[in-house]
Design a binder for this molecule. Structure first.
Ligand code: SF4
Length: 378
């Protein structure tokens, strides 16, 4: 915990978070020639003089060092891993999901704004609850959840804490995952690579102007997607299809083409938007739009395209099919596995291997059955 108490300009929440910090991992700090410290935990790469906080407002410089979040959660619950969503990792199992507070972006449609925007937005109710890393891993083991996931806020900006939790998870034989906006750096990917098994990136748009509106830079996200794949972490990409934001044929085609250029084996999830947080000026994504997006993904050569958030209304696009013989391998309805025919990670009919992370010891053990079962949430 920080020793520093003289923070007159901070809000009560910011002060509470500042009390829950440690020094940054040396791998995530660069000392600049002018004495500033550059944070390398996300693509903003904030150069911080003494007394300044980064864009995320949870990492800050004090008494000469970069202080970073530690020792609490902003939310914690057990979900089906399909809700993250991961469709090619331990299907039908639970994921103990934890988050901290804060984000490096400020998306108007954020569905986790109560944790991600808690420092920027007084309406956001997320508050820190002290918990140690071993206790989070113990909760996962007790809940029968084989995976521990950093989610609900942007995990990249709290990577030191995620790695601490994941070390404990690994000691208990558990898998680990990030659910992230992908605004990363090579340094943070190198830092987390030994500890992260599965990684989901939200690719929100292929238009840099749109990314700037959300507080990000498209190029950082594209480089991060490629970097995750190059480092051998299992990667799935999601695009929330938002009417009049990213739903044109051209943009969807460029999005799918980019993912396919990294690997045609990366699952691409196109999911339906509903009005949320500050984006209430348009309706939900129509089924026809989601089907069009899925068809574009397949036409661009992606082998595993999924349409989400509209269970039972998107035909076969919830299912995993064999790219060689077209047999249905995993049948889903929303977050629920209806049937899993994979055998040893391969098609039982033609033996084609299906890329992913498969472990028959833990698959099909979901206890939450498509309805989040709170272990503890705030
Ligand atoms: S995590 Fe990102 S936004 Fe936060 S201080 Fe570091 S570089 Fe800046």
């Amino acid at each position: 915990m920080s020793e520093f108490v003289n923070r007159p300009s901070r809000s009560p929440l910011a002060s509470a978070l500042a009390d829950r910090t440690v020094a940054a991992a040396p791998e995530l700090v660069e000392r600049l020639p002018d004495g500033r410290l550059r944070c390398l935990s996300c693509g903003h790469r904030c150069p911080l003089p003494e007394g300044r906080e980064g864009v995320c407002r949870v990492r800050f410089r004090e008494a000469g060092e970069l202080r970073v979040p530690w020792g609490y959660v902003g939310a914690l619950q057990c979900d089906p891993i399909e809700k993250k969503p991961f469709f090619h990792a331990l299907p039908g199992s639970d994921a103990l999901s934890f988050g901290m507070l804060g984000c490096d972006l400020h998306c108007a449609y954020c569905q986790n704004w109560f944790t991600s925007q808690s420092i920027r937005d007084p309406e956001a109710v997320g508050r820190p609850q002290d918990l140690d890393a071993a206790a989070i891993a113990d909760l996962a083991a007790e809940a029968g959840a084989p995976t521990v996931v950093s989610t609900y806020n942007e995990p990249l900006i709290t990577s030191e804490w995620a790695v601490a939790v994941f070390r404990e998870a690994r000691r208990r034989g558990l898998y680990t995952a990030y659910v992230s906006n992908g605004n990363g750096t090579p340094q943070v990917l190198d830092y987390i690579r030994p500890w992260v098994d599965f990684y989901k990136v939200d690719l929100k748009s292929m238009d840099d102007k749109h990314y700037r509106q959300l507080g990000g830079v498209l190029g950082n996200v594209l480089e991060t997607i490629a970097g995750i794949h190059q480092r051998g972490i299992w990667l799935e990409v999601l695009t929330l299809v938002i009417p009049e934001f990213n739903d044109s044929d051209d943009e969807l085609r460029r999005t799918a083409a980019f993912v396919a250029s990294v690997s045609r084996d990366i699952p691409w999830h196109v999911t339906a938007f509903h009005p949320d947080y500050k984006m209430n000026d348009r309706g939900a994504t129509p089924v026809a739009t989601l089907l069009r997006a899925a068809q574009i993904g397949a036409a661009e050569g992606l082998r595993y395209v999924y349409a989400g958030n509209l269970p039972g209304r998107v035909g076969p696009w919830e299912n995993t099919r064999c790219p060689r013989c077209a047999a249905t391998l995993i049948e889903r309805s929303g977050f629920r596995i209806v049937r899993n025919r994979l055998r040893g990670g391969a098609c039982p009919d033609c033996a084609t291997p299906i890329p992913g992370r498969w472990d028959a010891r833990v698959e099909g053990t979901t206890r939450t059955h498509g309805i989040p079962l709170p272990v503890w949430s705030v």
